[in-house]
Write a protein that binds this ligand. Structure first.
Ligand code: SAM
Ligand code: SF4
Length: 346
């Protein structure tokens, strides 16, 4: 089929979405306290989940017809998705308007990565983010509800051995839980050639697990890191649509030829909504224009009604046109979305 002429996901504030986040499942092998309740959630019924072919068709429309250039797979835990390698391979076989494969990335908790890293690389995965919040096994088990720290560490090593690069290590700091590990996490990651990234905790977990007044902020993190390392800003203040602010780190032990950086994603204290280029697809086929959105657009029903690619692309464009200006977390009127992070796809 011919691509749509001039198709792109433009919103009424002039932002163009080129970065697609695809949630492949709402299920997870962990229960991180800031993301999911310990008892889990009411999982999505299987009939409502997009099939592998449906996911591939929607990604194809996004890349071929709507200007998407980057695709990140997430969840829930995307490694739990049986068809992951097939979906990845189909994605990396696509070509953007400039004739290159879409930049393809995955965010995982790393449990199960030891046995899947090579297959992911072979399926064409370009980049990987592995979430790790503590290096203490007892704390890890308490924070995630599962005793799997060793598996994650093996998973990171397997990703490096498979040649996935860069490997970013995502950490959410919780006050009084793991905020004393900033320096040790950075040193540990850099020594192994992983790039540490701190994400400010967002109000997207179980109700009452987030407090604006006590959350660990980007400034708190920078203060601690500067006590041990020299940090040199790598980007101008205008960080474009990249959510992380990046600093080059000196003073840490690193592998030869490795450029040590640390990133901070200050979604709460320095929101990047103005430059946001994201569009999201949930595992049950709902389009979201924002992580914090309370509205979704049902593309699954249209897809299953036999609609053309053109009709699906039009629906997607309409969904993005209405994107909210900003997440508004700091505004009194903010109401947390019904779905938690794991069900939206972080
Ligand atoms: N299960 C995978 C993982 O943990 O990497 C992928 C999904 S998870 C929702 C994606 C990222 O969102 C992880 O790095 C996780 O730490 C982060 N996350 C989850 N809940 C969050 C919250 N309330 N605030 C900030 N980041 C959160
Ligand atoms: Fe699962 Fe990732 Fe949420 Fe942790 S952050 S519960 S690993 S989806």
């Amino acid at each position: 089929m011919e691509p749509l002429a001039g198709g792109r996901l433009l919103d009424k504030h002039g932002r163009i979405a080129t970065d697609l986040r695809v949630s492949l499942t709402d299920r997870c092998s962990l229960r991180c306290s800031y993301c999911m309740p310990p008892e889990g959630l009411d999982w999505l019924p299987s009939a409502s989940l997009l099939t592998d072919d449906e996911v591939i068709r929607l990604i194809t429309i996004a890349v071929r017809d709507l200007g998407v250039q980057q695709v990140r797979f997430t969840g829930g835990e995307p490694l739990l998705r049986k068809g992951l390698a097939r979906i990845l391979a189909a994605t990396t076989a696509l070509r953007t308007a400039t004739g290159v494969a879409p930049d393809t990335a995955l965010t995982t908790n790393g449990v199960g990565l030891a046995t899947s890293a090579m297959a992911l690389k072979q399926a064409g995965l370009h980049r990987i983010n592995v979430s790790l919040d503590t290096l203490d096994a007892t704390r890890y088990a308490r924070l995630t509800g599962r005793d799997r720290l060793g598996d994650v560490i093996k998973g990171l090593a397997a990703a490096a051995a498979a040649g996935l690069s860069p490997i970013k290590m995502n950490t959410v700091l919780l006050p009084g839980v793991n905020d004393d590990e900033m320096l040790s996490l950075v040193s540990w990651a850099l020594k192994r050639g992983y790039q540490p990234r701190f994400i400010e905790q967002m109000p997207l977990g179980p109700q009452d697990t987030w407090q604006r007044t006590t959350m660990v902020t980007a400034e708190d993190i920078l203060d601690v890191l500067r006590s041990e390392f020299t940090l040199i800003p790598m980007q101008s203040k205008a960080r474009g649509s990249a959510p992380a602010e990046i600093w080059m780190v000196t003073g840490a032990e690193v592998p030869e030829d490795f450029v040590a950086t640390v990133g901070i994603i200050a979604s709460i204290t320095k929101p990047f909504c103005e430059a946001c280029n994201r569009t999201r697809l949930t595992a049950d086929g709902q389009l979201r224009s924002c992580l914090f959105s309370r509205d979704e657009t049902d593309v699954r029903t249209l897809l299953r009604s036999g609609a053309s690619d053109l009709a699906i692309a039009e629906l997607w464009r309409g969904a993005m046109a209405a994107k909210q200006t900003t997440h508004g977390v700091d505004e009194g009127s903010f109401v947390q979305p019904d779905r938690t992070m794991s069900a939206i796809g972080g």
